[in-house]
Design a binder for this molecule. Structure first.
Ligand SMILES: [Zn+2]
Length: 552
């Protein structure tokens, strides 16, 4: 049992605020938000639609487009306005996996558990072949790699190729906590101490790149990605049947991403196999580690000849997926309608699971926040706009396109840049909202911290600020990058990093409804506050605004 935390949250909050709140919060509306969100929640229905009916939702896939169409229809049915899809250029076809059958057929017969790597080709029928195991050299030059691959030519034709030794995944004796302690959240969200000044001189990566550039191309060691791409080309050229990667995680978890070229012609049919099946086949081919051999000097591993596998993989490309769509709908504002408060998350998912915690639940929470505000009949001064992004998993593409198109950057602003009042983003699974991180000056965090103080019992305990414009992690950073107040929601971890993030276990069953309902109510209240207060959130001005990071 974990120690019980006895200091009431309110005491901590008062302690950290130090002064009486300046923000005038509309307690009547906050109360209505709680009533509506508690009694009439739509969260589970929305997650069911996105994760059971419209999934997986890979960017460019027909299911993702259909999920967007459904979301617009639903938001209109709730009374929201101006729902529409906004196209952006994905530039590559969509891809879906329709069928995967994987079996070991010799020396034993058994089903194997695997997921297909996205944007790889299918097998064009049932393929059977010998399993072979290959460990690639690392840090070698192109010439050394080619010489090594030459020796493998007789091995890989018509083979099922296991690439790399299986990862040894130890038993986890100390499971990480599912919830964050209140005190820890309050400390993290306390008024920020000034960020340390950035040191001069090039970053380590830049130094490494300079050293690379000084070496003649032929003598440079290849990166792991270059070796992997070359190996795929080799497998295609030599007629290997299937490439098999180790999932390397416990309890059958599989994370399957994409062929990094996004071009099925440059890759063999490829699966990611659960560590347990991958390890079994590897041991049949190579023997168990020495510690698993019988005692008494039986040094030579027992190697099983004639390990044969069978695969059938059906994948499909969708040329129309070259155009992808963000989903947008609004609660129109009144006297400040040209100013906008946004909230959202990404609707696209990976394909091994149904993308329930990443990020159907985030979309459901943000849609629910807007539904609550619509249902209780608020007339916000500013326009409240929900956005569900696509292309997030491939590199935040949808939100970047949207920000470029609508707002520009602080260096090259469009008129709407000056009318932007904040963007709330949620994308860390099913756990309840615990804190907010806003891009901007410390005063922006103070405003949010004071606005959400009445919501502490829902779990949302504070706000802090950041001045990082680096793009990464998730879609709020597309706004930060443009110098706009992106607001990312910190959440309780629950099982996100341990089980569901990008895995085959990311399904409806892993949703915690009570957490999602609380997140939706808290975010609805925070959004409403920003839509009503006299001024927009303060921004970094002049030299306080960091320069746009180079290279992205
Ligand atoms: Zn996500």
């Amino acid at each position: 049992m974990r120690p019980v935390f006895v200091v009431p949250v309110a005491v901590l909050l008062v302690g950290f605020l130090g002064v009486a709140a300046q923000e005038r919060v509309d307690h009547d509306v906050f109360w209505k938000i709680r009533q509506e969100g508690t009694n009439n929640s739509s969260v589970l229905h929305t997650v069911h639609q996105f994760s059971d009916v419209y999934s997986p939702r890979l960017t460019g896939s027909p299911q993702l487009k259909a999920a967007g169409d459904w979301a617009i229809e639903q938001m209109h049915a709730w009374g929201m306005k101006n729902g529409h899809l906004e196209p952006w250029d994905f530039g590559r076809p969509g891809w879906t996996n329709e069928r995967l059958a994987a079996h070991i057929v010799s020396p034993v017969k058994d089903a194997l558990v695997a997921e297909v790597l996205a944007w790889t080709p299918g097998t064009n029928g049932v393929l059977r072949g010998p399993a072979v195991s290959i460990t690639l050299p690392q840090g070698v030059t192109r010439a050394a790699l080619d010489a090594h691959l030459d020796t493998l030519k007789p091995t890989v034709k018509g083979a099922m190729v296991l690439v790399g030794a299986p990862r040894q995944v130890p038993v986890t004796f100390n499971q990480p906590a599912l919830r964050r302690e209140d005190a820890e959240v309050v400390t993290q969200m306390a008024p920020a101490t000034p960020a340390a000044a950035r040191g001069g001189g090039p970053a380590p990566q830049a130094q490494a790149a300079q050293a690379q550039a000084a070496t003649p191309a032929a003598d440079r060691p290849l990166t792991a990605a270059q070796i992997d791409n070359a190996f795929n080309a080799f497998l295609v050229a030599q007629g290997a049947h299937v490439r098999i990667n180790d999932a390397g995680r416990d309890h059958g978890q599989i994370r399957a991403f994409n062929n990094r070229t996004y071009d099925p012609a440059l890759s063999p049919p490829t699966v990611v196999m659960r560590n347990e099946d991958y390890g079994r086949i590897w041991r049949l081919l190579n023997g168990a580690p020495s510690s698993a051999r019988p005692p008494g000097g039986a040094a030579a591993p027992v190697v099983t000849r004639g390990v044969e596998l069978e695969f059938e993989i059906v994948n499909r490309l969708h040329p129309e997926g070259r155009t992808a769509y963000n989903v947008v709908a609004e609660i129109p504002g009144t006297d400040k309608a040209d100013e906008v408060v946004m909230l959202g998350g990404h609707l696209d998912s990976w394909h091994a699971g149904t993308g329930a915690t990443d990020n159907a639940i985030g979309c459901a929470v943000m849609m629910e926040a807007a539904r609550i505000l619509t249902a209780i009949g608020v007339k916000p001064r500013r326009t409240i706009r929900v956005a569900l992004w696509t292309g997030e998993e491939q590199g935040l593409f949808g939100s970047q396109a949207y920000v470029r198109e609508h707002f520009g950057t602080v260096e090259e602003p469009k008129p709407a840049h000056a009318k932007f009042a904040g963007y709330f983003n949620i994308d860390s699974g099913t756990g309840r909202a615990r804190g907010l991180t806003v891009f901007g000056p410390a005063e922006a965090a103070t405003i949010l911290r004071e606005a959400i103080a009445p919501l502490a019992d829902l779990g949302l305990l504070g706000a802090t600020s950041t001045t990082s414009r680096a793009r990464g992690s998730t879609d709020h950073s597309s706004f930060n990058w443009a110098g706009l107040p992106g607001i990312n929601v910190l959440q309780d971890p629950i099982e996100y990093q341990t089980y569901t993030w990008h895995t085959n276990l990311d399904t409806y069953e892993r949703i915690v409804e009570d957490d999602a309902k609380k997140s939706a109510m808290a975010i609805a209240a925070a959004v409403y506050h920003l839509a009503m207060r006299e001024e927009m959130l303060p921004r970094l001005s002049g030299e306080a605004m960091p320069r746009r990071p180079a290279g992205n």
